[in-house]
Write a protein that binds this ligand. Structure first.
Ligand SMILES: [Zn+2]
Ligand SMILES: [Zn+2]
Length: 318
């Protein structure tokens, strides 16, 4: 049964929430960022602690290479030692950018091999899910592409028959022949795989906005998330990528921007942060940053302020 989103979640907040909230010792909101694993996968925990992440996403190997060896026992031991001392509440993976599960020919073989290997590495780390783009049909058409994607996932799951790490299909901006710019594409793939219980979903705000889902006001955002709830289901929505967009609504071009600095603006992020139905869903930034992650600190502070604040965004700001 569909849960009803509150019309104005901000209206119920007490007046005292006008005062800027002190930064909590342990992050209250399930927010964070995509975090580098440079120097070893265990490094993610200290980086998350440094910028105050409660949730984080990582690549499970170099995202621009096809293959990598499994994690060594020393790497896994170090990862576990750091994990048990960490306050991080949700850590999940994002698959590499070369993988196209809707491809044919040699690229299909390499994509399935690479994703199989990545799922194995995600399993080694005990990650709950691995985010994956649904692929590009490269001219074959959407129906054929969706069928190819589902069959590729069947092969990957068959290689890990007892795996517990799920694949989270991500919405896309729909550049070129990329699948996933309609919520229904993700559902179609899940319905075609032989083990649908191993597939869940991730929504990227910049991608859906570029794909034509209007996030320019609180009201339009509530409508889009009602559509998401009715199509994907909130129980299967495991992560939200919190990115503003350099490109306009319906542009079909994927360019991430800092929160509130792009064409989406603050209203959508305020609505998402204040909506109680989404409180348990991991929300991570994939916005540009330098090595010191200073930009993440600013964006996370913006999200926190939007969550705590009671400013009403009836029209797009800026
Ligand atoms: Zn992605
Ligand atoms: Zn994303």
């Amino acid at each position: 049964m569909a849960r009803k989103y509150s019309q104005r979640p901000s209206a119920a907040r007490p007046a005292s929430s006008r005062a800027p909230a002190p930064r909590p010792e342990v992050e209250e909101h399930l927010i964070g960022a995509h975090i580098s694993t440079s120097g070893g996968v265990h490094k993610v925990f200290e980086r998350c602690a440094a910028i105050g992440c409660a949730a984080a996403q990582i690549f499970v190997k170099n995202n621009m290479q096809w293959m990598a060896p499994p994690f060594s026992s020393a790497e896994l031991r170090s990862f576990e030692e750091h994990r048990v001392r960490s306050d991080l509440r949700v850590l999940f993976g994002h698959s590499g950018y070369l993988i196209n599960i809707a491809a044919t020919g040699p690229n299909r073989v390499r994509s399935i091999e690479s994703l199989t290997l990545e799922l194995g590495r995600a399993e080694q780390l005990g990650l709950p899910f691995l985010v994956l783009h649904p692929g590009a049909h490269l001219g074959l058409g959407e129906a054929e592409g969706l069928a190819l994607a589902a069959r590729a996932l069947d092969e990957v799951f068959a290689a890990h028959p007892r795996g517990s790490c799920r694949i989270a299909l991500e919405t896309t901006a729909g550049q070129g022949s990329c699948l996933g710019h309609e919520l229904e594409h993700l559902v179609a793939i899940r319905e075609k795989v032989s083990q649908p219980e191993r597939v869940c979903y991730c929504v990227d705000t910049a991608h859906i906005f570029a794909a034509g889902y209007d996030l320019s006001s609180e009201e339009s955002t509530r409508k889009v998330f009602t559509q998401i709830q009715l199509t994907l289901g909130l129980d299967l929505l495991v992560a939200i990528h919190m990115n503003d967009s350099k490109t306009p609504l319906g542009s079909r071009v994927d360019r991430h921007e800092h929160i509130g600095k792009g064409k989406i603006g603050l209203a959508a992020f305020a609505w998402i942060m204040r909506e109680p139905c989404l409180a348990g869903i991991a929300k991570v930034l994939e916005t540009p940053k330098g090595r010191d992650m200073a930009e993440d600190v600013v964006n996370l502070a913006t999200l926190r302020e939007l969550a705590e604040g009671d400013r009403v965004f009836s029209v797009k700001q800026g």
